[in-house]
Design a protein around this ligand. Structure first.
Ligand code: NGQ
Ligand code: ZN
Length: 451
């Protein structure tokens, strides 16, 4: 059985020294601490559990950076970005989807994400017609995940309307649309796509895209497993929700679907204090995507109040404009410092290290939201990373300082190697197939840009 030894490792009880990990069929079968390395052990210095990325739209990796210049109206916002995104996805074929997703997933692994929740809504062909296999595009997502080795929680998206009140979809949304019957067939077609350790959830896109009646049917259709929904990301969504449903999105959800630990509310940016506290006690996860939220001008999540109320958080890379969990955590803390004009806002008395508190919170919340077990423990999937002790940001640091340096003081990725289900997928900071994955991705981008 493969064995690894690390001088230090972050275990569920905290930092441990001289840690030996035994792996059997992709799972951790033993963890011994305070033990010398044995002959044949693979030696490392700093070992951390892998993280779950709870919110990705993989195809959007292909348009990263293409929406960063001003449009003709000089009032760019979330909705004008969405038009650019719709024009980009107009051209994507199943092969393109697979190549772009593989690129995104390799980058996730290189930065310490070992599992991804793919919020997948690009279901149909360019004309909006169903593929012969309703899970054609989902199969490409699964193929990319399996080829790169990242764990997958596939979240097929139900999308039926362009706005509250059951408004008909716009032409730009034609590739997303399902009714309840066709969605049930899609879910069935997705089940055989899962590999060991993968999960299936559902994702009603948002309260804009789904009516209350449809939402009730969807929940009944999938009685177990994660449910993800975009909620309260933009102020317009909150005011529209108030106008049509008489309540704010998170308030409405908690009143009508009884939020619980199966739920992950993506963004949940605009909350009243009462909503913040209710969401915190519900046990649902707030799936924060701080880099995308900053990029799209969404607003600032009330993270301090939410965490102090016991709220559960996770991170998502969402638009995949930039993939790196450390930078998500940095953006999260910095948004709070700017809002509160204060420092170390998301630390607590019990956990004075900002990065340690956020790493621990998103490790647990991320696993919950994608439906896997969190952290390094016997019986869990052997998903972990090691840091490069020669990286300048790591020099002279120990314990929580290593995380603080990784999150706040590292210009480049300080990850050395990454394993998922006991398989070493990243070494010296590079995915084992980085060259081929990148070549294929670049060819797809060239073709799309030339079209
Ligand atoms: C999405 N992304 O589904 O890709 C959305 C934009 C929408 C973010 N919300 C579309 N960040 O919400 O209507
Ligand atoms: Zn999203």
């Amino acid at each position: 059985m493969p064995t690894l030894w690390s001088a230090t490792a972050l275990l569920p009880d905290g930092w441990a020294k001289d840690v030996r990990i035994t792996i059997d069929h992709g799972l951790v079968s033993a963890i011994d601490t305070g033990t010398p390395a044995l002959p044949g052990d693979d030696h490392h210095h700093i070992l951390l559990p892998g993280l779950a990325n709870v919110h990705s739209h993989a195809f959007q990796r292909g348009m990263a950076g293409l929406a960063e210049h001003r449009g003709t109206k000089a009032d760019d916002n979330f909705w004008s970005w969405r038009e650019v995104m719709y024009r980009f996805l107009d051209r994507l074929t199943p092969d393109d989807m697979e190549a772009i997703a593989a690129m995104a997933y390799a980058e996730m692994l290189e930065t310490g994400y070992t599992h991804v929740g793919e919020f997948h809504y690009l279901h149909h062909d360019a004309e909006g017609g169903a593929y012969a296999d309703p899970a054609e595009m989902a199969a490409r997502i699964a193929a990319a995940a399996h080829a790169t080795g990242i764990g997958l929680t596939l979240l097929p998206v139900f999308y039926a309307h362009s706005n509250f009140g059951g408004a008909p979809p716009t032409p730009g949304q034609r590739r997303f649309i399902h009714n309840l019957d066709s969605f049930a067939r899609l879910l069935d077609a997705c089940r055989p796509l899962l590999a060991d350790g993968d999960r299936l959830g559902i994702a009603p896109h948002s309260l804009r895209a789904v009516t209350p009646e449809q939402l009730a049917h969807l929940i009944a259709m999938h009685p177990h497993g994660p449910i993800h929904i975009h909620a309260a990301e933009q102020v317009k969504e909150v005011t529209d929700c108030l106008a049509f449903l008489g309540k704010r999105p998170v308030e409405w959800l908690d009143d009508n679907v009884a939020l619980d630990p199966r739920w992950c509310l993506i963004h949940a940016t605009h909350l009243t204090d009462a909503e913040t506290d209710r969401l915190a006690v519900s046990g649902a996860v707030a799936g924060l995507c701080p880099i995308t939220e900053a990029n799209l001008g969404d607003g600032i999540f009330p993270a301090k109040r939410f965490l102090d109320a016991g709220g559960r958080i996770a991170t998502g890379t969402d638009s995949n404009i930039l993939i790196d969990p450390s930078q998500e955590l940095r953006a999260l803390e910095y948004s709070q410092r700017l809002a509160h004009r204060s420092r170390n806002v998301l630390a607590s008395d019990a956990c004075p290290s900002v990065a340690r508190r956020l790493f621990g919170a998103t490790l647990a919340g991320g696993a919950q939201a994608v439906g896997i077990a969190p952290g390094l423990a016997v019986g869990h999937s052997a998903d972990f990373m090691t840091l490069d002790p020669r990286h300048p940001a790591m020099h002279g640091r120990s314990g929580d300082q290593l995380l603080d340096n990784m999150v706040f003081a590292s210009r480049s990725n300080c990850i050395d190697s990454v394993w998922r289900r006991g398989e070493r997928l990243v070494s010296a900071g590079r995915h084992r197939d980085a060259v081929q994955v990148t070549q294929r991705y670049l060819a797809v981008i060239d073709r799309i840009l030339a079209a």
